[in-house]
Design a binder for this molecule. Structure first.
Ligand code: SF4
Length: 628
């Protein structure tokens, strides 16, 4: 609950709405205690007194009634009716929606057609018809406003319930023998309550307006009882001669509706789970950079892309997750560098940091550099970064179905990738798209260019993803587990395709994976990551033959080998440490069979000779001997 209020407080408009609404509600609550004159007491000798008159702070109306007293009592009534109508509509609408969505079939059909019939009438006409049938009065106006808003809640909640009713946890509840009523109350309802609260918070203001509208027309509160709508209605005839009589209730309606709407938007944002981790601000165009020191210009190296002590953190509430803690890497043209490690080791965050693609908030790059041909891209102007993204450094994502737009043909998406960086005619774009599809060995490229992503297999879609990465002839491709979702035969095809492409085009590839089998097939060098750091680096074959870090050795021991005879595959016990509370010394110590007390003291450096380096006090082999 406190997290919810903290999130709400970070949205200044919502906080303003909350404060104003709090004041209005407090005023309405203490109205009976205030020394106000009777709001219905008439005094025709004091008709239309202007504001700030003696004994009438806001003046009087046509019957000499005190406007301040009527305003406060009227606000109290309008708020009560608005909230009651919203609550009634929400409860009834949600019940209807849950029953329709959960039971489905004929029940759903009958209920939703009835709801559709209600929605077919203009809601204000429907409200007028209901009040006409029931007779004028505040309670009848409340019923009318509630009824016309039930379909809104019913439709919303029914949609959510249909999705929930097919989820595995509901199936599990059914298998556990729960009754439908219990499943609805214990499984469905808790999941739809936030949606109901969000819908309510954004419609209360509207319902107060609707109730005021009915009172304005004389169908709500009846004289002499004051509510904001009836005050406006009574002041209609004096709008020109004594505008204060209508302006005062009008301003109060404006204040209430504005503050409720602002607060409602804030409540919606604070309850949205997608926004919780990233506070209420939307992700920035590029990752936020907050480096204590700007790194000195790099001495010229052979690497086209080099990372130097890169640090990326996630700041979530009062916790700091050090996802990347000082990673240094380099990849040369035509070289494939594998970055390997378990889930959460920081591989993908390292890759996304290079192009400023880590979502901020909560991501922050706190140190280091990522240089493309010596030029630091960390903290580069967004315009510069945009021209580099896709053109010099391209990215292949893990799930092509999620990264390809489902509503556009793959050819159009390839042309779009090119036209983001240079003007291209329609015919030239189509020809180029076909050429790209052929280059990634998609058969019938001339026909496939007009296919939608869903018409292709997983392997085909991943080839389209690779074609898209190649669209602007980049120098570097970052492939983020591009074969994880594919079966082994398609995986082998994709790996061989990437290998051919880098040899033909001299591409530098940074290949992120958790599979040493894949690394062995494609990568010249490999960097092993653990808890946001590189723990071992070197030529792939050397590391595979003789790993130096105990973690690397255990990772390799987990890979089955076809035809290598019987061998026990030993899983690594335990889990990597949480990167918001890294232990002192070696992060792998709790899982390491060679750990000594000294492993848990102080910083352990990445050290080595020649092309290999390891971050370990007691490595599996001495690198100086190995590389000598
Ligand atoms: S430093 Fe110690 S605990 Fe860490 S990997 Fe090496 S031997 Fe194991």
């Amino acid at each position: 609950m406190s997290a919810f209020f903290k999130l709400l407080a970070r949205n200044r408009l919502a906080l303003g709405g909350l404060i104003v609404m709090g004041l209005v509600v407090a005023l309405a609550l203490i109205t009976p205690l205030l020394p106000l004159v009777d709001p219905d007491a008439t005094n025709t000798a004091n008709r239309f007194l202007p504001p700030f008159s003696d004994g009438a702070l806001l003046g009087t109306d046509a019957l000499g009634r005190d406007l301040l007293s009527r305003l406060l009592w009227g606000t109290r009534l309008s708020l009560a009716v608005g909230f009651a109508a919203a609550l009634f509509a929400a409860v009834a609408g949600a019940a209807v929606g849950i029953i329709a969505g959960f039971y489905g079939g004929r029940t759903d059909n009958i209920i939703m057609r009835a709801v559709d019939m209600l929605m077919a009438f203009p809601y204000i006409l429907l409200a007028l018809a209901i009040v006409a049938a029931l007779g004028p009065g505040l309670v009848n106006a409340l019923i009318a406003v509630s009824v016309v808003n039930i379909p809104f809640f019913a439709r919303n909640i029914r949609g959510i319930t249909v999705g929930l009713a097919n989820k595995e946890f509901v199936d599990a509840a059914k298998l556990a023998g729960m009754s439908n009523a219990r499943i609805i109350t214990s499984e469905i309802l808790p999941n739809v309550v936030p949606v109901i609260v969000i819908a309510m918070s954004t419609t209360i203001g509207w319902m107060i307006l609707e109730t005021a509208g009915l009172s304005f027309l004389g169908l709500g509160s009846q004289p002499p009882q004051a509510d904001l709508g009836s005050m406006l209605g009574e002041a209609r005839s004096a709008l020109i001669t004594n505008p204060h009589t209508s302006v005062i209730p009008g301003i109060m309606i404006l204040i209430i509706v504005m503050s409720i709407n602002l607060l409602g938007d804030g409540v919606r944002d604070a309850l949205d789970p997608r926004l919780k981790s990233g506070a209420l601000s939307r992700p920035m165009a590029a990752t936020r950079v907050d480096r204590k020191h700007t790194p000195a210009p790099e001495a010229r190296t052979e690497g086209i892309l080099s990372l130097e002590n890169l640090r990326t953190e996630f700041h979530v509430k009062d916790r700091i997750y050090k996802a990347v803690s000082g990673v240094s890497l380099s990849v040369k043209p035509g070289e494939c560098l594998g970055v390997i490690g378990e889930s959460g080791s920081g591989k993908s965050v390292t890759a996304l940091s290079i192009m400023g693609l880590v979502a901020s908030p909560p991501g922050v790059i706190t140190g280091g550099a990522a240089r493309l041909e010596g030029r630091d891209m960390i903290g580069a102007r967004y315009g510069d970064l945009r021209t580099l993204r896709g053109r010099r450094v391209a990215y292949i994502f893990q799930d092509p179905l999620a990264t390809l737009h489902p509503l556009y043909k793959v050819g159009d998406q390839l042309v779009e990738a090119i036209s983001s960086h240079r003007a291209i005619s329609k015919s030239e774009g189509r020809a180029k798209a076909i050429e790209l599809l052929k280059s990634v060995r998609i058969p019938n490229a001339e026909e496939r260019v007009d296919s939608y992503p869903h018409e292709m297999s997983g392997g085909m879609r991943q080839r389209v993803g690779i074609a898209m990465a190649l669209a602007n002839d980049p120098d570097v491709i970052i492939a983020d587990e591009p074969t994880t979702a594919l079966d082994v035969t398609v995986q082998a095809q994709i790996l061989s395709l990437l290998d051919d492409l880098r040899r033909e085009r001299g591409l530098a590839i940074v290949f992120i994976t958790h599979d040493f089998g894949v690394v062995a097939q494609l990568c010249d060098r490999v960097a092993v990551m653990y808890a946001g750091r590189i723990v071992e680096e070197g030529p792939t074959m050397e590391i595979l033959r003789a790993p130096a870090h105990p973690y690397t050795a255990r990772l390799i021991a987990c890979v089955p080998e076809l035809g290598a005879g019987k061998r026990k595959l030993e899983a690594i016990p335990g889990l990597p440490p949480s990167v918001d509370a890294l232990p002192a010394g070696c992060a792998f110590a709790d899982r390491c069979l060679k750990a000594q007390p000294s492993c848990k003291e102080g910083e352990i450096l990445l050290e080595g000779t020649g092309s290999r380096a390891v971050r370990c006090l007691y490595p599996e082999l001495s690198l100086s001997k190995e590389t000598a």
